[in-house]
Design a protein around this ligand. Structure first.
Ligand code: NAD
Length: 303
């Protein structure tokens, strides 16, 4: 079995945090990679960057065949295929890229049809694709509102619907997994924390929460598990302005009791575990991976 050290990205911003006061050093986890997803196939949407990229590589390392869905440049998606293929794990699955806009029904059909053609079925869907188009409420255009809802909420619905259809068609294969299928929705701490200036994004993630739980309730008898991962602040392009300068990073730390930014690998480890039979009795759950961001850090000194 492989053991991959999660790289400690100790850039200047994190080092600055390490030197402050009496806080202990940040130590990043080095975790064993186990082939808990061998024989399974996963679609990860929006996987050519950020969290989706981290999840795709981790699922592939854990033995799953991965379909890296993307909408941007082919070169970015091909780099993730390369990264997954050369992850250093002997038990890894295969990786392929497939371009599709998750907010377009016919392109989502094509994504699933192509995956079934290539790998026979789909066992895991990671609904990760998402975007922000921020504006004050009085300035937000209908186009900004609609695009964020179309991708972050409708896109997750379209993919979840195709996944459930395939999971029900195929049923449980006990030699592969206890469940007929697993869906993981990338939500956010903003499914519960209001976010001024981002009403379209917060509304989309609040919608993901009840969509996820309602689907989970409906499909549980078919042994289909549906859960959400709710990240706090993760070091990805979508929120670069929150961490790329030392001042921004230190401001961000006021919102994070654990006093480090999250890395895509923090999310990827949970995605592997949630997809595996080790999490078999978990469905309808929103799991927060946020260093305590939802612990009301403004009250840490007594309020
Ligand atoms: P990211 O911008 O790196 O990744 C999002 C990906 O989705 C991009 O690759 C983008 O091209 C893709 N995408 C956008 N529209 C698409 C479409 N119509 N069809 C297919 N793909 C599309 O950002 P990220 O931080 O990795 O975000 C991933 C998910 O995690 C998002 O759902 C985001 O809301 C959520 N999230 C991120 C954070 C964070 O701190 N980074 C926090 C909470 C939640």
């Amino acid at each position: 079995m492989s053991r991959i050290a999660i790289p400690a990205k100790m850039n200047s911003t994190m080092i600055r945090d390490l030197t402050s006061d009496q806080l202990p050093q940040v130590v990043m986890p080095a975790c064993e990679v186990r082939p808990v997803l061998r024989g399974q196939t996963a679609i990860i949407t929006g996987a050519s960057s950020g969290i989706g990229k981290g999840i795709a590589i981790a699922l592939c390392a854990a033995g799953a065949n991965v379909v890296i869905n993307y909408i941007g440049p082919d070169s970015d998606a091909n780099a993730v295929v390369e990264g997954a293929t050369h992850c250093g794990c002997a038990t890894r699955g295969e990786a392929v890229a497939f371009k599709a806009d998750v907010s377009d029904e016919s392109q989502v059909h094509a994504l699933f049809a192509n995956t079934v053609d290539r790998f026979g079925t789909v066992d895991i869907l990671v609904n990760n694709a998402g975007l922000q188009q921020d504006a004050r409420i009085e300035d937000m255009t209908l186009a900004q509102w609609r695009r964020v809802i179309d991708v972050n909420l409708t896109g997750q619905f379209l993919c979840a619907r195709e996944a459930v259809r395939e999971f029900k068609r195929r049923g449980v294969r006990p030699q592969v997994s206890c469940a007929a299928g697993k869906i993981i929705c990338l939500s956010s701490v903003h499914e519960v924390i209001p976010w001024a200036g981002h009403v379209n994004y917060a509304a989309s993630k609040g919608g993901v929460m009840l969509m996820m739980k309602s689907i989970a309730q409906e499909v549980a008898p078919w042994r289909i598990r549906v859960n959400s991962i709710c990240p706090g602040a993760i070091r990805t392009p979508i929120n670069r302005t929150a961490w790329e300068t030392p001042d921004a990073y230190n401001d961000l730390m006021k919102l994070i009791p654990y006093k480090r930014i999250g890395e895509p690998e923090d999310i990827a480890r949970l995605a592997v575990w949630l997809s595996s039979d080790e999490a078999d009795y978990i469905t309808g759950a929103s799991l927060f991976v946020d260093g305590g961001m939802t612990l009301y850090p403004g009250f840490e000194t007594g309020g």
